[in-house]
Write a protein that binds this ligand. Structure first.
Ligand code: NAP
Length: 293
């Protein structure tokens, strides 16, 4: 059977390793990145590097997008030289960025008018999950389209869940971001408390991570805070983008989210300190400032 021709738009922290897995799995791959230099390495490994999302759409049966925010997805799909301008009937777009569920519904409509379709398939698992192909992928859209792209998604992740109609993937991801950010706040509070009381933070993390308090945030980000490593796996600015989407959705469909609102305000203070491009573990710095550390 002929391999599905895959396209990839957006080769950042997440997109670059995800596209690499597809290439190594043997999918014919066409890629575009706004900053072309980031695409060249994949070009040397066998991907075809092109100059616009439109060209990716023309060359691909399934085009994956992995860009930053809602306007960026809109631009690469429906903007000038966007995927819509090149796509052939019967093709699919799979947006794996974390963006507004409402945009996904609008873009699906536009693609359907061209005899195509769109799935929203945001991910969780961070840069580590992208590099190790262990992402959790949450998919919304037509179920038959989901079945068609499953072999592609399985190359990048190991928990792939069909969540419902288009937009459901994004809504599930927003639940994920509530869980992640509120949990991270607990991790940072425990670390500040440990420091204030003279504990070695790494020993504290080792001691509790075998018990009921363990979590991805604690095990992966706790040691980074202890070692003062604030390099981004996932940037504060991107987390704020996601919490904005959560709070907007909770305003449209009124839902009090007190803990999410609090952590969003604390992340805002991290941004005001000029640290928006640091990893989300920089939330610890907001609490340290409050604690006079
Ligand atoms: P990133 O490293 O900043 O990469 C963003 C990518 O999008 C870059 O390739 C960038 O191109 C491209 N891009 C942005 N705006 C564009 C535009 N208007 N037109 C064309 N290309 C554009 O971000 P990332 O961490 O990979 O995140 C990508 C998405 O995954 C985001 O929606 C994020 O919320 C989500 N996500 C991230 C993580 C994580 O841990 N990092 C985890 C789960 C989900 P340039 O190279 O030219 O800048």
């Amino acid at each position: 059977m002929e391999k599905i021709r895959v396209g990839f738009v957006g080769l950042g922290i997440m997109g670059r390793p995800m596209a690499g897995h597809l290439l190594r799995a043997g999918f014919p791959l066409t890629v575009f990145n706004r900053t072309r230099a980031k695409a060249e390495e994949l070009g040397r490994e066998g991907a075809v590097v092109v100059d616009s999302p439109q060209e990716v759409g023309t060359a691909s049966d399934v085009t994956i997008t992995m860009v930053s925010d809602t306007p960026d997805v809109e631009q690469v799909v429906a903007g000038p030289q966007g995927i819509l301008e090149g796509i052939k009937p019967g093709s699919l777009v799979v947006d794996m960025s974390t963006v507004s569920p409402e945009l996904e519904r609008r873009l699906q409509q536009k693609l359907r008018e061209k005899g195509c379709d769109l799935l929203d398939a945001p991910v969780s698992g961070g840069d580590v999950g992208a590099r190790h192909a262990t992402l959790a992928i949450m998919v919304g859209g037509d179920r038959a389209a989901f079945e068609r792209v499953l072999p592609i998604l399985e190359v990048m992740g190991n928990t792939i869940t069909y969540c419902g109609p288009v937009g459901s993937g994004q809504l599930t991801k927003l639940c994920n971001q509530i869980l992640v950010s509120v949990n991270l706040l607990a991790v940072c509070e425990a670390l500040v408390f440990a420091r204030k009381n003279g504990l070695d933070p790494l020993t504290m993390i080792d001691a509790v991570s075998g018990g009921a308090a363990s979590s991805w945030q604690l095990v992966n980000l706790g040691p980074k805070v202890a070692k003062r490593d604030f390099q981004p796996g996932f940037m504060v600015d991107l987390m704020q983008k996601d919490l904005r989407l959560v709070l907007e959705t909770a305003t449209a469909n009124p839902t009090p989210l007190p803990a999410t609102a609090l952590v969003q305000q604390l992340f805002k203070s991290v941004q005001i300190q000029g640290l928006g491009r640091e990893g989300t573990q920089a939330l610890a710095k907001a609490l340290e400032a409050l604690a006079g550390i």
